[in-house]
Design a protein around this ligand. Sequence first.
Ligand code: SF4
Length: 701
Amino acid sequence: MARTVKTTCPYCGVGCGVLATRQPDGAVSVKGDPDHPANFGRLCSKGSALAETLSLDDRLLHPEINGARASWDEALDLVAARFSDAIAEHGPDSVAFYVSGQILTEDYYVANKLMKGFIGSANIDTNSRLCMASSVAGHRRAFGSDTVPGTYEDLEQADLVILTGSNLAWCHPVLFQRLEAAKAANPALRIVTIDPRRTATSALADLHLGLAPDTDVALFNGLLSYLSENGYLDEGYISRHTNGFEEALGAAGACDISRISEETGLSRQDIARFFDLAARTEKMVTVYSQGVNQSVTGTDKVNAILNVHLATGRIGRAGMGPFSVTGQPNAMGGREVGGLANMLAAHMALEDPAHRSLVQSFWQSPRIADRPGLKAVEMFRAVREGKIKALWIMATNPVDSLPDADGVAEALKLCPFVVVSDVTRAADTMDYAHVALPGAAWGEKDGTVTNSERRISRQRRFLELPGEARPDWWALSEVARRLGYADAFAYNGSAAIFREHAQLSAIGNGGTRDFDIGAMADLSAGAYEELPPFQWPARAGQSLHDSRFFARGGFFTPDRKARFIAVTPIELRKRERKYPFVLNTGRIRDQWHTMTRTGKTARLTSHIAEPFAEIHPEDAAALGLRDASLVEVKSSYGAVIVRAQISDRGNKGTVFVPMHWTDQFSSKGRVDAVVAPETDPHSGQPGSKFTPVSLKAVPAR
Ligand code: SF4
């Protein structure tokens, strides 16, 4: 008989519910779950093609040591021995984990616990660093915690939705579909897009602001000044619930539209129209994503946005609030368990001795990391410098996806011991593994993920584990056992891990259980199995419900007030003559990350079949480029050769190249080898949307 399981899409941070049906002959079909509050039955092109990605082609089915098949015991013994030797000889900071927003919250929890509590280093970071670290840093600066205030419904209840640095139509398609439906139902709803490129998202906009790259702070500072000078502040909210307004306003300066126009490249009329809309429309949501986060000034951009919402009290109320949407399916779950190098667990702070003591005592661990570890880019730099002796990479492909990707490959070549846990051999990172561990793929693993609106949903198993594949939490626990920590990692399944995470969350909030998922501390295995999607805070004794934060203050700072952050625009980097263009990278609609999954389906590949460089017509003419001719995009780090796509979607002087194609899929190079490994000083997030490059026509042979 056919069996249908409720699970969650493994791609983007919208976190859509999926009904996966398995027929007796093994065939699988998927459709949107009509009861899931993220998507109400909708799926996008990627989600609806999930069943086509389940083949075992390219699967890693057995552990391997130096490319030869090995047993799990042999592989795990070797991993434990090499990590143990490195720690004994060089100290805990000589080892590191690099994990992923693809792994489940339970895997994240165990990896974080092992590294921070038992190995005693904070050298665990994640590819989510590339996705939303600037939002985390901005939230913590302003709110005292990494808390997203709003819900998806806010986009439907707003009268003005500002999408800045977000191509929602391609990167969060189901949320975009909800916004399209809201616009159709509410003729008063206005949409503004702020992006150096006109995208599929801007097609829905009433106003598109094609600002110069990395000038968002100037625009939002200008808006703050405009609101102040024209009487649109919520003085009551500012005085009751915030600190630091005068300093932030002082840093923003007077609202000089001519100056803002010069700084951003926008017309004075467009700026004035935007400011007027934002001032007069009470119900305003600002959605932001990688165009804000992936910048060397990303955290300041986030705070410039938060300042505007705090100054007008438009936060945590229906149809009002700043809203960071995450790229990955479980970027948020990783944040909740502290699976980043500068976080602890359950929203506690690594820098707070009381929090460290609380977590250590809960874990009964022999030690606790007491300073931040290496963030993604720093981690691979340290590997290259010989400071990391053993590295475990889990469910991510840094050789293709990190900036300066050639430098990352070089680092892995030099690293004495590299473990790669993954489901696929198609990830180029596999080539550098001394030990390869077969992970469980979507449909085979079991646990939870958290979407962009703090909604926790179950990923459920509907396929048997193929070959000797195992969940990541199991492999981590087995290594922990071999390192001498059997009791602390004696989990019999993901429910036990989730319960422990919930217990720590409750304790971390003074036992009140009304923050994060504290109310789930006593969840039975059966209730975990049946767990419906829910948003935190899930308060004990109450039904699971949606809620928002901060309409009446209650921030997580010591005085419970939000902090305005004084931010100033950075001077645009002077471009070298050698590299006169700005490279911007990003996603396309039908591919996911480095295509190890979406590259398997012809339906998705047919949308855009090969990589391209989107170049302004005037630049193309000056360079002698025609549509579809080959062009070399080169920085001081590396080069890629792709086809030119001549278009005025982007500004003159900029070039856009999608991030997905790798050596496996493209004819010549991968774009992350070109991207500069420069990072935001507060968040450590790379500025993947601003690399100075040269463009050169490549003669056809
Ligand atoms: Fe999956 Fe995101 Fe598409 Fe939803 S919008 S189906 S979560 S890729």
